[in-house]
Design a protein around this ligand. Structure first.
Ligand code: PLP
Length: 397
């Protein structure tokens, strides 16, 4: 028998990808599955970005790329950070990677030693905890609830910090809850971080543009801690470029060099064509992004209306991203006569197998009372999906 490394038993496969796989398998058997599980825009990449990529192929941008990314792209990232966030960075502080997921992996492997603690508010994106486990660090969760808008207070942050805390990791807008921290809320957290200079703050801003409350503030905007913030961002969500695999970090030069060193052994520089396309995405016309966000905003209204018509679902209003993360625990303990629902996993599987709608159980995000449903799907599919969910839930007694 093949002997595998102990590393593999330390972490889990992403639940989001597992659900997508189950949905695909059902579809392959001819079942009409509505996918409300996956986290990607259902839009095409903007034309001017595709044209930049076609030009790059014709101009033979086909060689290995510098490990931290083309200088021109790192300059474009700096231009974007100044334009959108009012932040000043130098290209030496930017490392471009094969998706924000790799950026996060580079950061965790650069910053976390065995036994060190990484503080993560729940609910959080599935990959955060697993990357910490890969690095042999310890995940310290701060539980948040719908009642607090799925946001932590300065007090809760301070209570979670110990002398072993090396990193605080969060996303705003948050996947899965859609919570967005305001400038004032971030400032209150910054006052706590000021007392703990050993902590690096990883700020995942990949849903920055998909924000229904206006201003999107980065925690790197606060000068007292700016040097300790590592921003993670990428092209996947804001430019409908999930398959292009392009993300980046902006951090101090020590962190940037460390990420470059790690990436130099894992993958080297990111794909050359995607990098040339990213220059266009970050520096040219933002209108396609804004139009996409307008459509997400309309779908958010639609899904909130559909969910409100179903009994026993507590659904906070997401301020950003393209998910709702309702509390479905009122259905735990019920049955349709064949299936007994004891938890979010059962309910998510029940919805897949009987309503043919895929979702992701909240446990994957550290919140077992909730289930994540995406609204990155057409209005028709959303209407049909929630119609089916309503009927399936009504059968549970
Ligand atoms: N961060 C969050 C919060 C995400 O939801 C995702 C993707 O789902 C990522 C990072 C990774 O994005 P990428 O496609 O750039 O790897």
């Amino acid at each position: 028998m093949t002997a595998l490394s102990s590393l593999l038993s330390r972490f889990n496969e992403p639940e989001t990808l597992k659900m997508a796989k189950l949905g695909r398998e059902l579809r392959a058997r001819g079942v009409d599955v509505i996918d409300l599980s996956l986290g990607e825009p259902d839009f095409d990449t903007p034309s001017h970005v595709k044209e930049a990529a076609i030009r790059a192929i014709q101009e033979n941008w086909s060689h290995y790329t510098p490990v931290p990314g083309y200088l021109e792209l790192r300059e474009a990232v700096c231009t974007k950070l100044l334009r959108d966030n009012g932040l000043i960075y130098k290209p030496t502080q930017i490392v471009v990677s094969t998706g924000a997921k790799q950026s996060l992996a580079n950061l965790i492997l650069s910053l976390v030693d065995e036994g060190q603690e990484v503080v993560i508010p729940t609910p959080y994106w599935v990959t955060y905890s697993e990357l910490v486990k890969i690095a042999r660090g310890k995940v310290v969760e701060i539980k948040t609830t719908a009642a607090s808008g799925f946001k932590i207070s300065p007090r809760e942050l301070e209570d979670a910090i110990t002398k072993n805390t090396s990193v605080f990791l969060f996303s705003s807008p948050c996947n899965p809850s859609g919570a967005v921290y305001s400038r004032q809320e971030l400032e209150a957290l910054v006052h706590v971080f000021e007392k703990y200079p050993q902590i690096t703050i990883i700020s995942d801003e990949i849903y920055e543009y998909i924000n229904y409350v206006g201003e999107s503030c980065s925690i790197a905007a606060f000068p007292s801690i700016a040097n300790r913030v590592a921003i993670v961002n990428g092209l996947s969500k804001g430019f409908a470029m999930t398959g292009w695999r392009l993300g980046y970090i902006a951090a101090n030069e020590t962190i940037a060099k460390a990420c470059e060193k790690i990436q130099g052994q894992f993958t080297s520089g990111a794909n050359s064509i995607a990098q040339r396309a990213a220059i266009a995405a970050l520096t040219e016309d933002l209108r396609p992004t804004l139009q996409m966000v307008e459509e997400f905003a309309a779908r958010r209204e639609l899904v909130l209306k559909l969910v409100a018509a179903i009994p026993d679902i507590k659904c906070p209003i997401p301020a950003g991203a393209f998910y709702i993360f309702p509390d479905m625990s009122a259905y735990y303990g019920k049955s349709d006569g064949n299936n007994i629902i004891t938890n979010a996993a059962d309910l998510s599987m029940y919805l897949l197998n009987t309503a043919h709608v895929s979702s992701v159980m909240g446990d994957a995000f550290g919140e077992p009372s909730c289930i994540r449903f995406s609204f990155a799907n057409s209005r028709d599919k959303i209407e049909e999906g929630w119609h089916r969910i309503k009927l399936a839930l009504a059968r549970l007694k």
